[in-house]
Ligand binder design. Structure first.
Ligand code: EPZ
Length: 431
C-alpha cells in the first residue's frame, strides 16, 4: 500500500464486532448441539480461521446475511492431528478449543500457536489450568495431547491475569462437575461479553471485583443469539489517527463504557471527544499535543493494544513522553521504522514506571522514551504485527510525503474494510 501523508482524516467510520471477542464466542458454540446465532460479525481473518476450524471438526457455520453467522456443532467430532496442524500457527484461537473438546470428547490436541510477533506468548497457564481441572497432558516429541475422564471444578489461580487463560478456564469449567473458582482472572470487556454469551446458554458465572470469577458447572448448555460488542481497540486506533493527522473522526458504535481509561489519557494529551448514543467523535482540541507518562496494564488499566497507535500520537506531542509496556516483553518492535520516519524514540530495559512488571532487568527493552514533536517523513515499511500495522498507517498519514507499506495483509486480520474506511476519511492511497 502506498500512502500519501499530510492530509487530516475527516469523516465517519463504523465498528463491527470486536476481533478479540468474536472468535471466542464462536468457540463457545462448540459447547452445545443447538443452533447459535452471532450478530455484528466483522469480515476479519480470525473469524474466517475459526469458521474453517469449526467446519473441519464437523460443525456447520453459515452466513445467514452480512454480519450474521449461524453455528451448529451437533455433528462435531474429535480433532485429528492433521486438522490441528492445518490450523496451528495461524492464530492463538485454536488453543481455546481444548476446553470444549475435552468437555465433549475427553481429548484435545494442543496446537502450536500463531498470533502476532510481540513476545514469546507461551500457553503454560492454559495447560496448567486444564490439568487443574482434571486433564492429563501427553507430551511427545512433536505433539501434545490433553485427555480427561471428565472435568472437575476446582480452585485455580493464574500467575498473571491472562486474557486467553481466563477464557480457557471459563470455556472448560462451564460443563465441569462442581464449582470452579478462578482468581487473578482477566476482566476485559471482551471476556465479559463471552460470559454473557455463556449465561444465555444456561451457565452460572459470577464476576467479583477482586478478579475472582466463579463458574458453577452445569450439565447442558443451549444455543444463543448474541450481538458481539464493538471493537474498542479499533475505535482507539481511529481516535489516535484523528489527533495525529489533526483531523476529526466519528467512530459509529464506539462505546464509552469500554474505553474509559483510554478516553482519560486521550484528553490528557490534548485529544477531545464527544459521546453520543450512536458512537464517539474524536478530534484534536489543542494546537499542541501534551506529552505524558503512561503504563500499559490489564483491564481496567490502559490496554496494551492501545499502546502502539497512542505512541504515534505521542511523537507529535510537545516534550518527553514515557511508556512502560508491562503486558508484553517485546511490543516496541515497530519503533525502529518510526525512527526512520523521523521520530525520536529510545527503548530501555528498565521498568520506567511504578507498576510491578515481569520484565524488569530481564533484558527486554520494554520501556520507551519519546521526544516530540517530530515531523514524520514517508518511508518504506514492512508491517511486523497487527496493531503496529495500523500504527504505521497512522504514522504514514501524519507524515509528509509518500510511504510504502508492505505485508498489509496482517492489518486485514483485525481491521475490517481498512482501505474503504481510509478512503472515506480522505486518505490518499496511491496504490
Ligand atoms: C489477548 O491475547 C489478545 N488477543 C491480545 O490482542 C491482547 O494484547 C492480550 O489478550 C492482552 O490483552 C486475543 O484476544 C486474540 P494474554 P492473549 O494471555 O490472550 C503471558 C491484538 O492485537 N502468558 O493476556 O494471548 C503472555 O506472554 C492482540 O488484538 C503466559 O505467560 O494474551 C503475555 O505476556 C495482541 N502464559 C501476558 O501473559 C500463558 O499461558 C498476557 O497475555 C498465557 C499468557
Amino acid at each position: 500500500m502506498i500512502l500519501r501523508g499530510g492530509k487530516p482524516l475527516i469523516g465517519e467510520v463504523s465498528l463491527r464486532g470486536a476481533k478479540n471477542a468474536l472468535p471466542k464466542i464462536m468457540v463457545a458454540a462448540l459447547l452445545t448441539n443447538e443452533k447459535c446465532t452471532l450478530r455484528n460479525v466483522a469480515r476479519i481473518v480470525d473469524v474466517t480461521i475459526v469458521s474453517d476450524l469449526i467446519r473441519a471438526l464437523g460443525g456447520e457455520v453459515q452466513e445467514l446475511e452480512d454480519g450474521v453467522l449461524e453455528i451448529c456443532a451437533a455433528n462435531l467430532r474429535p480433532m485429528e492431528r492433521g486438522t490441528l496442524k492445518e490450523f496451528s500457527g495461524k492464530s492463538r484461537i485454536p488453543i481455546l478449543t481444548c476446553g470444549p473438546l475435552l468437555a465433549r470428547f475427553g481429548a484435545a490436541p494442543v496446537p502450536s500457536l500463531g498470533g502476532c510477533r510481540i513476545g514469546t506468548r507461551p500457553v503454560d497457564f492454559h495447560i496448567r489450568a486444564l490439568q487443574d481441572l482434571g486433564a492429563t497432558l501427553e507430551d511427545s516429541a512433536h505433539d501434545a495431547h490433553l485427555r480427561c475422564e471428565r472435568l472437575l471444578g476446582t480452585k485455580i489461580r493464574l500467575d498473571y491475569p491472562s486474557v486467553g487463560a481466563t477464557e480457557q478456564v471459563i470455556l472448560a469449567a462451564v460443563c465441569a462437575e462442581g464449582v470452579t473458582e478462578l482468581s487473578n482472572a482477566a476482566m476485559e470487556p471482551e471476556i465479559m461479553d463471552l460470559i454473557m454469551v455463556l449465561q444465555k446458554m444456561g451457565s452460572i458465572i459470577s464476576v467479583d471485583v477482586d478478579r475472582v470469577i466463579t463458574i458453577v458447572g452445569v450439565r447442558k448448555l443451549h444455543g444463543f443469539d448474541h450481538t458481539a460488542l464493538p471493537d474498542r481497540l479499533e475505535a482507539a486506533s481511529w481516535a489516535c489517527a484523528a489527533i495525529a493527522t489533526q483531523g476529526r473522526i466519528f467512530v459509529r458504535n464506539a462505546k464509552q463504557f469500554h474505553m474509559m481509561t483510554f478516553l482519560n489519557r486521550y484528553r490528557q494529551i490534548g485529544g477531545e471527544y464527544r459521546v453520543t448514543n450512536e458512537g464517539i467523535e474524536f478530534w484534536r482540541a489543542e494546537e499542541k499535543l501534551r506529552s505524558t507518562a503512561l503504563e500499559t496494564d490489564v483491564h481496567p488499566g490502559f490496554t496494551t493494544d492501545y499502546q502502539q497507535p497512542f505512541v504515534i500520537a505521542l511523537t507529535q506531542a510537545e516534550g518527553i513522553s514515557i511508556v512502560h509496556e508491562t503486558v508484553y516483553e517485546q511490543r516496541f518492535g515497530y519503533v525502529d521504522a518510526l525512527n526512520r520516519m523521523g521520530a525520536k524514540i529510545q527503548l530501555y530495559r528498565e521498568c520506567l514506571g511504578g507498576l510491578k512488571c515481569r520484565f524488569g532487568q530481564r533484558n527486554y527493552r520494554h520501556s520507551a522514551v519519546i521526544v516530540g514533536p517530530t515531523p514524520l517523513r514517508g518511508a518504506e515499511i514492512e508491517i511486523p504485527d497487527l496493531r503496529a500495522g495500523f500504527s504505521y498507517v497512522i504514522a504514514a498519514l501524519a507524515a509528509q510525503g509518500d510511504s510504502t507499506l508492505t505485508n498489509t495483509g496482517l492489518i486485514e486480520r483485525g481491521y475490517e474494510n481498512l482501505v474503504p474506511k481510509l478512503c472515506a476519511l480522505g486518505a490518499e492511497i496511491l496504490e
